[in-house]
Design a protein around this ligand. Structure first.
Ligand code: DAH
Length: 335
């Protein structure tokens, strides 16, 4: 048995593990229930005591060595296999979100105006009376200041949630010298809980251009450029209107056409779609903001983002924008 132990020792020391299968072959041959080493143990048990004494140590060492060799082989086989894996592959694909439709529209509008030299400005959502109303030439008794429309801060009614982004115009004019070319996107609030469909906040983009010799024609051309870029339409019209902060003031309609049923519905059968309010900045507003109306003139415009997004994406109800329903939001993935 001595010679047999030495022969097997020699074999296992030189066993070549050249594939994952050989690891299992080694185990079967030497260590499994019917393997060489357990069988030697069976024979060992039959030996007379003095031989047992002489062979006990070598046979146990043989077994331990065989087990060590097998364990090492298993480890390097796992490592060898692993090194064939491509660790640059993603483990699983991540679910990406989508940009909100209002963000998409806002970014597109911002992009169109920044291409012609406008910068972007923002202001606070909680605004004081001066920036939201007084500096914009709202008379003291103007109905827009009424509790019906404005959310006032209860503890201090000199502050309110801004009702329009025109407040940012005032802040920019107070802080910058002309020439000023800026657009101001932001959220605005109105107390319009008059029907289930009405909504108490929405988003606007304000535009302001102040320089020497800015004319109504400049305004019209700028808005026409926007209509062409955004809607792909080349005809606009201006209807006289009234805003306290502009004189003259106008509502702008873009000619949409009446080709199909959607056009009829969208334009209420007129072919024209109202897109914004605008006007030449009232001299009283320039004066209130520290700009000399004898030297400078300018125009301003303001539009609602929701209205444009409803139309662009054919969305039936403004409330969907703030419901955060994933089924709705994911329709804008990749846009
Ligand atoms: N602030 C107006 C509103 O909320 C929109 C607007 C109209 C802004 C005319 C302007 C403008 O700057 O010139 O309805």
């Amino acid at each position: 048995m001595q010679a047999q132990i030495e022969a097997i020792l020699n074999e296992i020391k030189h066993f070549s593990f050249d594939s994952p299968e050989t690891v299992e072959q080694f185990r079967l041959k030497y260590l499994s229930r019917k393997g060489v080493i357990p069988q030697m143990f069976d024979a060992f048990k039959q030996l007379p005591p003095d031989e047992k004494r002489a062979l006990g140590k070598p046979i146990n060492e043989l077994k331990r060595l065989a087990e060590d060799i097998l364990n090492d082989a298993k480890k390097s086989s796992v490592a060898a296999n692993a090194s064939k894996e491509d660790f640059t592959r993603p483990l699983h694909t991540l679910d990406l979100g989508s940009r909100h439709p209002l963000t998409l529209i806002r970014d597109e509008i911002v992009d169109i105006f920044t291409r012609i030299g406008f910068d972007v400005s923002t202001g606070p959502e909680i605004e004081d009376d001066w920036h939201n109303f007084s500096a914009l030439n709202f008379p003291e008794e103007h109905p827009a200041r009424d509790m019906q429309d404005t959310f006032f801060v209860e503890k201090n009614p000199d502050f309110a949630l801004r009702t329009h982004t025109s407040s940012v115009q005032v802040r920019v004019m107070e802080n910058q010298k002309p020439p000023i070319r800026t657009i101001s996107p932001g959220r605005v609030f109105r107390n319009e809980a008059i029907s289930a469909r009405s909504h108490c906040f929405f988003h606007q983009i304000e535009g302001l251009y102040i320089d020497k010799d800015v004319s109504f024609a400049d305004m019209k051309q700028t808005i026409l450029y926007f209509a062409e870029q955004f809607f792909g339409k080349s005809k606009i019209r201006m209807r006289p209107s009234y805003f306290p902060f502009t004189e003259p003031s106008a509502e702008v309609d873009v000619y949409w056409g009446l080709k199909n049923e959607v056009d009829y519905r969208l334009t209420k059968g007129t072919g024209w779609l109202e897109i914004m309010g605008c006007g030449m900045v009232d001299p009283a507003v320039l004066t209130a903001c520290g700009i000399d109306p004898e030297v400078y003139s300018g125009f301003a415009f303001g539009m609602g983002i929701e209205r444009i997004a409803l139309n662009r994406f054919q969305i039936p109800d403004i409330r969907i924008f703030s419901e955060n329903d994933n089924r709705f939001l994911m329709q804008f993935a990749g846009l």
